[in-house]
Write a new protein. Structure first.
Length: 301
């Protein structure tokens, strides 16, 4: 489960459908980054050009999809590319039109620019997010795309663990409330995952910007195998508890059935006793009457 731009957590699936969670995760990534992932359109003879897809975002998207278990030729093509080189190449060719300028060593220039890009240091989740710098655009859009500043501010909250956590009551309809409602409209409010379980599990930092990270390093593989083993152990315990619960439910059902049967038998016995008591009372009454009649006859003699 992706919990931030640079962190994922592995948890037992439990009642949840792993494919559903993976699909939600990819959908939310695309929702957060839709501005950087414009839909490809056929080239027009005339008219303004459409926005260029961000190679870095596409690489991150493909890396996340692969980590979640999705496989396709397009995913593999994006994962094995170098987004920094693609960005550097596009930057150089955009800065100086190939129709008017020529680089003596284009590949060398690309390597230099890509090297500068790779030297950038990652910012921790939430660092540099200053709520005071957001512009108030008025009321948020209630349909269609959110306003740019609203979307930029709310991106850090558009993750499964945040969306499915209870919110404090607000006096106004916020942009995040609207985007959260849009997500619920597609997927529903129950993802069958215990959010407290996500918060308790350790996170795994993902460096999605380096193609060299595609091949699993031994330490990372060991950690992954350890997490998977712990998940299997927890899942086995959950399965045992579920089996025990089913057995107890069956035993409870049998006991309940026996109780109902005993209650039915007891009710029948009560009815029978009442009937016999009524018969006994009648016989006693008749005996008393006959005794009185005999005593009366004896007294007359």
């Amino acid at each position: 489960v992706q919990v931030s731009d640079s962190s994922v957590k592995s948890i037992p699936a439990g009642r949840a459908d792993p494919f559903d969670i993976a699909y939600r995760t990819l959908w939310l990534f695309a929702y957060r980054e839709y501005e950087e992932m414009p839909v490809e359109v056929k080239k027009k003879v005339a008219g303004p050009a459409k926005g260029q897809a961000n190679e870095e975002i596409l690489f991150e998207f493909a890396s996340l999809a692969h980590k979640l278990g999705f496989r396709s030729d397009q995913i593999e093509s994006l994962r094995h590319g170098d987004p920094d080189r693609e960005i550097a190449r596009r930057l150089l060719l955009t800065a100086r039109s190939p129709n008017r300028f020529r680089y003596n060593d284009l590949d060398g220039c690309i390597r230099q620019v890509a090297g500068l890009i790779k030297s950038a240091q990652a910012i921790s989740d939430g660092e540099g997010m200053d709520d005071g710098r957001w512009i108030d655009d008025g009321k948020p859009e209630r349909s269609g795309k959110p306003k740019p500043h609203d979307h930029l501010r709310d991106k850090s909250k558009m993750f499964i663990n945040t969306l499915h956590t209870s919110l404090n009551r607000e006096t106004t309809v916020s942009s995040f409330f609207i985007q959260r409602s849009s997500y619920f409209a597609f997927f529903g409010k129950d993802c069958k995952i215990d959010m407290t379980l996500i918060n308790d599990m350790p996170g795994e930092t993902v460096d999605q910007h380096s193609p060299q990270m595609i091949e699993e390093d031994p330490e990372g593989q060991d950690q992954h195998e350890h997490v998977m083993h712990m998940m299997e152990v927890q899942q086995a315990k959950l399965d045992q508890l579920a089996q025990r619960e089913r057995e107890l439910q069956k035993a409870s059902a049998r006991i309940q059935g026996a109780i109902v049967e005993q209650q039915s038998n007891l009710s029948q016995l009560v009815v029978q006793v009442a009937a016999k008591q009524s018969t006994l009372d009648q016989l006693t009454k008749e005996a008393s009457e006959k005794t009185a009649f005999i005593e009366n006859l004896e007294s007359e003699e």
